[in-house]
Design a protein around this ligand. Structure first.
Ligand SMILES: Nc1ncnc2c1ncn2[C@@H]1O[C@H](COP(=O)(O)OP(=O)(O)OP(=O)(O)O)[C@@H](O)[C@H]1O
Ligand SMILES: [Mg+2]
Length: 262
């Protein structure tokens, strides 16, 4: 974190303690519309995500998964309730501080990859680093490192159109982790991929979770994909209706047995 960021984000530096969960919802509501048209996208959700966890969010269409992800990612705010990130009440942050939080602590991966067209893999990765005002030489090094992590060295000058779907999603993951975030949010990252490519992406996320202590929250409709996570949260009608901790968990401390290999 640079001096400027420290100045802009004092709550995150001063209050944020490692004892607090990385992310916590306290009775979070998200309500759209009024009266008969009212939709409770989130209907009083309590949730804690600890550092190093790998969480799968499941549930039927319209149950509130993406709404929860958008609030976790500070892309949206609750109608009521509180969201704490690293112990800091996100509602108390200024717009600048929120932008800073997103830029430095959060990474996003979407179903549709969302890469810039006609822009090379390397340039796609350098963009978030430009926002962080990291100089050109260092940007290059960090971007190449991230491409290496996702196994795409040699493809740095390819545009998205010159990459397969699986490769595009790996560029998107590299772009999400190039800033070294604390929390990676992935909303159906394997939704547009065939099964084999989906498993490759999950193996990559599991590796990042294990080796880089990256906390991962991922939305999926598929059992096989959710099986990579150590914990499963199920939404229904805006509420968490079930939570399970899986035996196939791969945690960051490396204490539990991995069945995924790699
Ligand atoms: N901007 C909005 N305005 C009004 N209603 C919304 C808005 N965004 C979401 N909703 C409603 O909130 C509910 C939850 O939506 P959400 O996108 O979180 O579902 P989801 O679990 O991600 O579903 P899917 O699996 O289809 O992606 C839905 O009923 C949806 O129609
Ligand atoms: Mg969704």
């Amino acid at each position: 974190m640079t001096m400027t960021e420290r100045a802009l984000a004092p709550p995150l530096v001063a209050i944020g303690s490692s004892a607090a969960p990385l992310a916590a919802f306290e009775n979070v509501f998200k309500i759209y519309g009024k009266g008969d048209a009212e939709v409770r996208a989130l209907d009083g959700v309590n949730l804690q995500i600890a550092e190093g966890e790998f969480v799968a969010v499941m549930g039927p269409s319209g149950s509130g998964k993406s709404t929860a992800m958008n609030i976790l990612g500070c892309l949206d705010k609750p109608t009521a309730g509180r969201y704490f990130f690293k112990g800091v009440d996100v509602m108390t942050l200024s717009a600048d501080q929120l932008a800073m939080l997103r830029r430095h602590f959060l990474g996003f991966v979407f179903q549709g990859f969302n890469l810039l067209a006609r822009t090379t893999a390397l340039e796609n990765l350098e963009l978030p680093l430009i926002y962080q005002r990291i100089d050109k030489a260092k940007r290059r090094v960090m971007a190449m490192e991230a491409l290496d992590v996702v196994g795409l060295l040699g493809r740095e000058h390819h545009t998205p159109a010159e990459l397969s779907g699986g490769q595009q999603q790996r560029v998107a993951i590299a772009r999400a982790i190039v800033t070294k975030p604390s929390l990676l949010l992935a909303d159906e990252p394997t939704g547009n991929l065939d099964s084999a490519r989906g498993h490759e992406i999950m193996q990559l996320l599991a590796k990042l979770n294990r080796q880089k202590s990256l906390t991962v929250v991922l939305v999926t409709h598929e059992e096989e994909i959710a099986a990579y996570a150590g914990r499963r949260i199920e939404f229904r009608d805006g509420r968490i209706v079930r939570e399970t901790r899986g035996s196939r968990a791969v945690n960051t401390r490396g204490t539990s047995e991995s069945v995924q290999g790699a």
